[in-house]
Design a protein around this ligand. Structure first.
Ligand code: ZN
Length: 62
């Protein structure tokens, strides 16, 4: 699994770009996972500025 550095979406290892923001900056160095089903209603979704439902990394290591 990899996570997008721009929007934190978690994608499969074979993904080359992030389906949410089209970014190509993916990293395996992330920790924590968070499922956001309804970003508009989720407090934590707002905190992470999530706009698309999906699975997100909580922390990205830089
Ligand atoms: Zn992204």
């Amino acid at each position: 699994m990899k996570a997008c550095k721009s929007c934190r979406l978690i994608v499969e290892d074979y993904a080359l770009t992030c389906p949410a923001c089209q970014g190509a900056d993916l990293t395996e160095k992330f920790s924590g996972q968070l499922v956001v089903n309804d970003p508009e209603k989720s407090e934590i979704g707002k905190k992470l500025s999530v706009k698309v439902p999906g699975k997100y990394a909580i922390k990205i290591r830089r």
